[in-house]
Ligand binder design. Structure first.
Ligand code: NAI
Ligand code: MG
Length: 497
């Protein structure tokens, strides 16, 4: 694994790309060019250079993919037992583990993320397929006590053709956490990866095919949001949409879904608080806050992007965070430097604009607050790890998702004020707390509105824990058995006996 990884890294260093990357859409069990013949370029955010071309799909390709998924729904796939579906997923899990080095290096090249993070993502995907492999034959219904003359029971049926729109920050893991449960449930799929990061999803589709998935069960159409994504979510042939991305696009997807009354799960952004109380283990809190905001250069929907700190500990905590942030060296993801690049020039410009506006409005930049000059880091798209003290709760710095390595700081007098601050945005994705007082931690867990609460370890959990948001962060849940049930429709059957 490490030898192979080293060879792949050297190949990228030598050639700027990797041989053998997929180039077409994956439809009905094989790679195909776009109907229009068009292609688009994918970039390496660590160097700012294009490294490979891939098909650029539109409505015609989406049509072909949806037709393949619809016809696969009544093909051999529908006759497999749930246990047999589980066996295919388990084989896929093993195959991904065997190809882990290649998946991780491609993910780093395409998305920019640090290699060790990409390796963590791939390990999570191996685990996700194993988890849903084991769950495929455990989709129990209920039986209801209706009295002596009736039998009542519920059956979980696959929802049908599931469409999935994937963002660029966790390309492989987000795709997998929809694909694995949808397949376990017996659905077929059409997946649209982000235009910035199509390759690992295409590789995953080919690998699942090798694991025994019948033709047409999993289809991937590469392309932009307006051309391929919009056509997919508006398609009358799909039965369910899982969308992960921005609030604005999520609203557009929701409107499109309304047209055909298509079921929908939305995983949108966040401005998630990390509350640090004065009685915490300071070392654990420093590590936790650093990871919460600087992992994947802050490009995480569930990033802990708002530090809410009790006044009594604010100075020592901020001193240590500023020191640690300044020590993070930007560098190419494959060199596993301190902090990786921003995924695209557009996203880099958005991050910079947020911070420039905050500075002009009188918020105090404690460290960072600038684009890294390209010559300092090989031409890539980097932003300095940034910590900003917020003026007040109403400031956009506190309210708006930045989606970059920018930590907003709010200093509060006590626990009650920390809870109020945690709840003070329109998002409700995750919330974390660092304290030794478990009664308070549990009170926080009960009174803060969020899809998930982390106590003394940010990002704790894994595939077994359901994940999703409330309010502007969306609705519906991925992961866990809840994620599996979102790909099912419940049928009630009652018999008179
Ligand atoms: P986006 O929400 O537009 O893109 C996400 C996915 O949606 C991509 O696959 C894109 O091709 C697709 N898409 C775009 N327009 C579509 C449409 N009309 N119909 C169907 N699919 C469509 O996000 P974008 O522009 O890449 O980033 C903008 C902001 O979104 C970021 O600054 C960040 O704040 C947020 N974001 C949040 C993510 C999350 O994990 N919640 C992930 C990516 C971005
Ligand atoms: Mg790319």
């Amino acid at each position: 694994m490490t030898v192979e990884r080293q060879q792949l890294i050297e190949e990228v260093r030598r050639t700027g790309t990797l041989a053998g990357l997929p180039r077409g859409h994956f439809i009905a069990g094989r790679f195909v060019a776009s109907a229009s013949g068009r292609e688009m370029e994918s970039f390496d955010p660590g160097s700012g250079k294009p490294f490979a071309k891939v098909a650029a799909g539109d409505a015609e390709d989406v049509d072909r993919a949806v037709a393949a998924a619809r016809s696969a729904l009544s093909g051999p796939w529908s006759r497999l037992s749930p246990a047999a579906r589980g066996e295919i997923l388990m084989r896929a899990s093993r195959l991904i583990a065997e190809c882990a080095a290649r998946f991780a290096v491609v993910e780093t090249l395409d998305s920019g993320k640090r290699l060790s993070e990409a390796e963590g993502d791939v390990a999570g995907v191996v685990r996700a397929f194993a988890y849903y492999a084991g769950a495929a034959d455990k989709l129990h219904g209920d039986s209801m006590p209706l009295g002596p003359d009736h039998v009542g029971l519920t059956i979980e049926e696959p929802v049908g053709v599931a469409a999935q729109i994937v963002p660029w920050n966790y390309p492989l893991s987000t795709a997998a956490r929809g694909i694995a449960p949808a397949l376990a449930a017996g659905c077929t799929l059409v997946v649209k990866p982000a235009e910035q990061t199509p390759f690992t999803t295409l590789m995953l589709a080919e690998l699942l095919h090798q694991a025994g998935l019948p033709d047409g069960v999993l289809n991937v159409v590469a392309g932009t949001g307006p051309e391929a994504g919009a056509a997919l979510v508006a398609h009358p042939g799909i039965d369910h949409i899982t969308f992960t991305g921005s609030v604005a696009t999520g609203q557009r997807v929701m409107r499109a879904a309304a047209e055909h009354v298509t079921r929908l799960v939305l995983e949108l952004g966040g401005k998630s608080p990390v509350v640090v109380l004065a009685d915490c283990d300071l070392d654990a809190a420093v590590d936790g806050v650093m990871e919460a905001i600087f992992e994947n250069a802050g490009q995480i929907c569930s990033a802990g992007s708002r530090l809410v700190v009790e006044e009594a500990i604010a100075q020592p905590l901020l001193d240590r965070l500023v020191g640690r942030a300044q020590a993070l060296r930007p560098g190419h993801g494959l060199s596993d430097a301190g902090i990786g690049p921003i995924n695209s020039p557009a996203q880099l410009a958005r991050v910079a604009a947020h911070v420039d506006r905050a500075r002009a409005a009188g918020n105090r930049i404690l460290t960072g607050g600038a684009v890294v000059p390209p010559e300092e880091c090989g031409g890539g798209w980097f932003y300095r790890p940034t910590i900003v003290l917020a003026r007040d709760t109403a400031d956009p710095l506190v309210q708006k998702e930045i989606f970059g390595p920018v930590l907003t700081v709010q200093i509060v007098p006590d626990f009650e004020a920390a809870v109020a601050a945690a709840n003070a945005t329109s998002y409700a994705l995750v919330a974390g707390i660092y304290t030794r007082d478990h009664a308070r931690a549990w009170r926080f867990a009960r009174t803060v509105d969020a899809g998930q609460i982390y106590i003394n370890e940010f990002f704790a959990g894994g595939v077994a824990m359901p994940f999703g948001g409330n309010r502007k962060s969306g609705f519906g849940r991925a992961k866990g058995m809840a994620g599996l049930r979102s790909y099912c429709k419940l049928k009630s059957v009652v018999a008179r006996i």
